[in-house]
Ligand binder design. Structure first.
Ligand SMILES: NC(=O)c1ccc[n+]([C@@H]2O[C@H](COP(=O)([O-])OP(=O)(O)OC[C@H]3O[C@@H](n4cnc5c(N)ncnc54)[C@H](OP(=O)(O)O)[C@@H]3O)[C@@H](O)[C@H]2O)c1
Length: 311
């Protein structure tokens, strides 16, 4: 699999990263299936794995640790989050330094790693990124808890603030066909030397036909999440259904190819619970986006942007 540099970190990552989150880490998804997916991803050359202590009702991080047990950590980039956890049946946010320190210690144990290669602050506000806070994080880094520090946010003002900070090495943003307005932000991030990870490159499945009739637990779970949290994206996604009706490339591969072609993107992190989907996704970096399809995507994006502006 194609490997790409991650900004100025000195690390290289596989163009497709494995999202150890969502239904993959959910207790309702069997551990044997989840582990099999990780092992297949490793066999296919995936070296980047993304998780977090709050993902999948707090279960994803430890599950990833078990799936990667016995593997050479120096060959992988395991990325996790700090600033959120799952407690009392819900995601709890605490961006204080003591909470982050405790979270990093837990992540090291769950992932079985002496040093965390990459940690993203999970949804900080721009105001929280103060010199004191960053200095405290630097002390944790100097103590050897983690190597690279990033910011994961889907708020462009937070990412913009992170670009000016020398303590921040990477950003994880929501760049996909439904977010073309992020393209200049990604270019500025790359110009600032930050590694850029695309956090929801498959647009969470919103461009694909509805899966409500597919009775797999994972499909129902993703469909219900979409209905609960992402109605606007579901509606915009319908205009991109044509991506899933192409002769030379599948819909998910077209989505990934579009994201990976955005200048500055190091890797696209895709979540899946199916081996066939994993194999399809991992094949995407080798596939060019057909010219006519790129033109149609751009035209549809312009139409969607014009609608947003006129609202
Ligand atoms: N979403 C967020 O808010 C967020 C925030 C920060 C970071 N991230 C990171 O980004 C990763 C990806 O996010 P995500 O899981 O929310 O969304 P995603 O990767 O954009 O979409 C996952 C959805 O796409 C489906 N899918 C994957 N490959 C497919 C294929 N080849 N064909 C058809 N369907 C396919 C999955 O279903 P199947 O299981 O059936 O394949 C699932 O429904 C996460 O795992 C996490 O590491 C996400």
């Amino acid at each position: 699999m194609e490997q790409r540099p991650l900004g100025r970190t000195g690390l290289s990552v596989s163009a497709i990263g494995f999202g150890a989150a969502s239904f993959w880490g959910h207790p309702a998804f069997p551990e044997t299936d989840a582990v099999r997916l990780v092992h297949r991803a490793l066999d296919l050359g995936v070296t980047l794995f993304d998780t977090g202590p709050a993902y999948s009702r707090g279960q994803a991080e430890a599950r990833l640790g078990r799936a990667l047990a016995g593997r050479d950590p120096s060959a992988l980039v395991v990325a996790t989050k700090a600033g959120t956890c799952f407690e009392g049946g819900r995601v709890r946010r605490d961006m204080s330094l003591p909470a982050i320190e405790a979270s990093l210690e837990l992540s090291r144990r769950r992932l079985g790693l002496e040093v965390l290669p990459l940690v993203h602050l999970h949804g900080p506000s721009a105001a929280e990124l103060t010199p004191d806070f960053l200095g405290g994080l630097q002390r944790l880094r100097d103590r050897g808890l983690f190597l690279q520090l990033g910011v994961n946010s889907f708020d462009p003002t937070v990412i913009e603030a992170a670009l000016a900070l020398r303590e921040i090495d990477t950003v994880m943003v929501d760049i996909n066909v439904l977010r073309p307005e992020r393209v200049p932000l990604v270019a500025r991030a790359a110009a600032a030397g930050k590694g850029v990870l695309a956090g929801m490159p498959l647009a969470m499945g919103h461009t694909a036909p509805s899966r409500l009739r597919d009775l797999r637990p994972s499909s129902l779970w993703y469909a219900l999440r979409a209905l609960k949290n992402h109605r606007a994206d579901m509606s915009a996604g319908r205009r991109f259904r044509f991506l899933h009706q192409q002769p030379d490339i599948t819909g998910p591969q077209a989505l990934l190819a579009w994201t990976l072609a955005v200048p500055g993107v190091s890797a696209a992190i895709a979540g899946t619970t199916r081996l066939g989907h994993l194999e399809e996704n991992v094949a995407a970096p080798g596939l060019p986006l057909p010219e006519n399809l790129a033109v149609r995507i751009a035209r549809t994006q312009q139409g969607e942007l014009a609608k947003k502006i006129s609202k």
